[in-house]
Every structure is written in structure tokens, then in C-alpha cells.
Design a protein around this ligand. Sequence first.
Ligand SMILES: Nc1ncnc2c1ncn2[C@@H]1O[C@H](COP(=O)(O)OP(=O)(O)OP(=O)(O)O)[C@@H](O)[C@H]1O
Ligand SMILES: [Mg+2]
Length: 333
Amino acid sequence: MRLLFVNMKIAFVGKGGSGKTTLSSLFIRHLAAAGAAVVAIDADINQHLGAALGLDDAQAAALPAMGERLSLIKDYLRGSNPRISSAATMIKTTPPGEGSRLVGVREPNPVYDACARPVELDGGAVRLMVTGPFTDADLGVACYHSKTGAVELFLNHLVDTRDEYVVVDMTAGSDSFASGLFTRFDITFLVAEPTRKGVSVYRQYKEYASDFGVVLKVVGNKVQGQDDIDFLRAEVGEDLLLTVGQSDWVRSMEKGRPPRFELLEDANRRALRLLRVAADATYELRDWERYTRQMVHFHLRNAEAWGNERTGADLAAQVDPAFVLGEGVAAPV
Ligand SMILES: Nc1ncnc2c1ncn2[C@@H]1O[C@H](COP(=O)(O)OP(=O)(O)OP(=O)(O)O)[C@@H](O)[C@H]1O
Ligand SMILES: [Mg+2]
């Protein structure tokens, strides 16, 4: 049974080409068709979520990049927080505290004005935000320039409430492990093709995730038969949530001729429903205190590793020890 009126933050991760963007976009369409409020975020190395949601090349190219609007995002989020003296000392892990501005899923705010665009889908519009294309500097150890930093800041200041969903299409790279980004979700769907490589990304993710209470489920993709299912089951065991086969609907969409969403194959519709049930079922594991503790943990780690040196400030002092993010903290302004 689906719980009514839950709110969830959901990540799709996996190896390049596994189908993260495809499955994120189908899930986003599914949520929109059910009338949920959705913020969709493209934090993948290859920025394709806009296209997968039906934008043409010109529309996708016109999307504003969060990574290029970091100063605006930081300035808005820090609000009047006395512990954060300037946007320049705010790094991707700087946690909110008293005086910070929090954001919601539905409200208008300057971050959405600058970074989000509405995308019309069958059933309603969603908000789409994109990190912008990754450069070489993003893929190495250049934490300071990290494109996903904007997403992490957004999620760390987000108070979502009933029937709201944030869906992030992201890479399973070291970038998200160095920061706390991979801990920001109620559930993480790891998309894996039935191959050794697909499964090895799962193992690595699982290892990082295990210390942080990350709920990780494997979604097998491009599965062609029982042998594929058996392989995935043998490799990932109980973590295998479901598998998806080749979709003609997706093939048509790839050709720029997306059929109406209601024409998606029955088996795939069932898969999307199951994804939502699995996501919604993790709601009761939500723990704002742990969520806040983890952002502080990663902030202190990043402060020590590079942030203090980079900003010339003691970033540990940004932590507001009494602050716990949560639905009761403040109405998002
Ligand atoms: N279930 C499916 N049925 C048909 N085609 C699929 C399916 N899943 C993925 N594809 C196709 O496989 C290709 C790769 O999928 P997708 O772009 O979603 O992967 P990705 O993990 O986001 O890749 P990248 O790492 O490049 O961002 C796309 O052409 C997509 O249309
Ligand atoms: Mg992708």
C-alpha cells in the first residue's frame, strides 16, 4: 500500500550509460502524472535529463546552470545567518543555521527564479534544475569548483513537505562521496545493467553508503531474460528491487517522437509504481537529526581537507550546534 502524502528525496545513480537519465525521467513523468509536486535535478556528468523530459536542443541549451549561479544561491541561502559572514566563505557543505533561508519544493524563491525552469509533462509541470556541464576541473579533486556543490547546498537547505518529490539524476562518481551528497536522499536507486561493471559500481556505492544509513536499491535495466535477472539476483541479492527491459516507448522518445506517457508499456508502468512504493516506504526511516548531523560531519571533513585553507577562515565555526533542520524549523520564505 502506498502511503499518502509523503515527501521524498530520491537519487538515481549508476554507471555511465546504465539508464540513470532514462529511468529518472520516466519516474518524474510518473510522479507528475499522479499530481505530485516535483523538483527534478540533473546532476549527471552528461546533461540529458532535459532532453529525456522532452525539451528540444534549443530549450535544453537555454537551461540556466546552477553551477554558474553559485554566488546567488549562497547569498540567498545564508540569509542573515551570523555564522556565515559572506558567500565567499560558504562552501558546498556549509550547513544552515539560525538565520539561514530554507527552501521548499513548491514556493517561488530567487533560487528557482534563477535556476529552475518549468517543464510541461502529461499531468502537470515539474521544476527542472541542471548543474550545467562538467568540465575537467569538476572531475578531479577540485572540490571548490564542484558543480554538484550547488545541489548539495540546495538539498541541505530544503525542507520538503507532503506529496513533494525531489528527483536527482546523478553520477556515482567520487565527487558525491567526497562531499555528503550521497547521504542526502531517502532512497537511492542504483541503475545497473546485468554486467560485471554495472554490479561493481553497486559494490563501491554500497561500501561508501553502509556507514551512513543510506537506503540503496538496485534497479536492473536493459534486462533481456531470466538469465539476466538471475545474474543480478546472485550479485546483489536482496538489494535487487526490480528489473526493466528494453522499452519501445523509450526508443520512440529517443527519436524525438515521445508517445503520450499513458502509452508506456504495462510492465514499465508497474516498475514505476513499484519504485514509488519503495521510495514512499522509506519515509518512516526519515530522521532530521541524523540528516543534520551528517551534513555537519561532511562539512567538518571538507573544512579540514581544503575549505579552511581555501577560504582562510575557520569553517567549523559555521556550524550552529543547536540547529536541526526539519519540517518544524521554519516556514520556507
Ligand atoms: N529500458 C530502456 N529501454 C530502451 N532504451 C533504454 C533503456 N534504458 C536506457 N536506454 C537507452 O540507453 C541509452 C543510455 O541511457 P541513459 O542516457 O538513460 O543512461 P545514463 O546512465 O543516464 O547515461 P550517462 O552516463 O551517459 O548519463 C539511451 O540511449 C537510452 O535511451
Ligand atoms: Mg545520464
